[in-house]
Design a protein around this ligand. Sequence first.
Ligand code: SPV
Ligand code: MG
Length: 425
Amino acid sequence: MKKVFLSIGADLIHGGHIAIIEKAAALGELTVGVLTDQAIMRYRGYPLLPYEERCKIISGIKGVARIVPKTTLSYEAILKEEKPDYIVHGDIWRAGARERLEALLKVYGGELVEYPYSRNEEYQIFESNLEAMRLIPDVRRGMLRRLLGTLDRPIRVMEAHNGLSGLIVEKARAHTDGEARAFDAIWVSSLCDSTSKGKPDIELIDMSSRLNTINEIMEVTTKPIILDADTGGITEHFVYNVKTIERLGVSAVIIEDKAGLKQNSLLGNEVPQQMADIDEFCEKIRAGKAAQSTRSFMIIARIESLILERGMEDALARASAYVSAGADGIMIHSRKKSPEEVLRFCRLFREMYPEIPVVVVPTTYNTITEDELAQAGANIVIYANHLIRSAFPVMMRTAEEVLYHKRAAEAEELCMPIKEILHLL
Ligand code: SPV
Ligand code: MG
């Protein structure tokens, strides 16, 4: 009997999939490679159904002899292992994918069997409905916890401060090793939200305005959102804000343990800044946790001890207190050029709490890689301000070029072509 292989995501199964499975099964013994959660995330965002559930559905379909996990979009590993006589595939391909597959099949003499993909209009509606489900607040909110429970690498988060930068975080891909690498979540930074409004990062932008920014980003993205809520404000206000952002579908809020006028952490002790009283901050965490109504929402406590040079012991003592108060995770921040103190904190914290998620923000210690941070125990890596910082210098140069030349021709090479921007959305 011939060996047949078919790869499938199976987050949504409709008649078109059943038809292709039937056709594949008619060619011989059918093995279905079900894409793992991580493999799906690389090209389309988090699947609504976890891998185990999708396998159960596929295993119930007539003609499926066997299921194997397909951990990447590439067929390379699976073909080496399975050497199927036939690979069955629909006739819609990602750029270069067909050629890559044919080259792999050539090595051992396998054959590609292509079936026309069902272009039934109804199926296309089902598929766009599935995409729309990602926008439902309950679905989006739960994604961060699901990512923390699934990924075998740190969650990669990029800042967004408006709809356009949100779209960039949503769509950006780096193609390496035959895979498309993407960001997993969005950081709504207080620094970038304030800067994009021309204001300093001193908790000046009120919650209504922050909510507008979040809404703008949510309108054009599907990825989970982590909100930088500065100090969280006074506890009596924080509890109401928790309810609001949770209802919107934000996955996590991070609050920092400062009191008085909050200034940006990267200024450190160059400006007067105070740490919050530990007990008062714990009370804020407890009140926030009591105010939330879903299990998926997370309140993460951010420790500023290293920023304000209070030492490692203070940082660790605060971490323990905040975890005991119910924090779902700890963010440790540093403004050193070397990652050494953050790595030390992560290792010491991990000895005490193997399971509590740790968030890091490698802005100043930017040569460290995500893999190295993960080895020390970090679970979430936030690139906190890079889109706005990279946009600003080019906008400034464009303005200066126009002023200097009294015309726009010289600025053109700094600009996206008009046609491209018109078609961007
Ligand atoms: C932010 O992005 O607003 C942050 C991180 O809080 S930092 O600017 O490094 O303090
Ligand atoms: Mg901030």
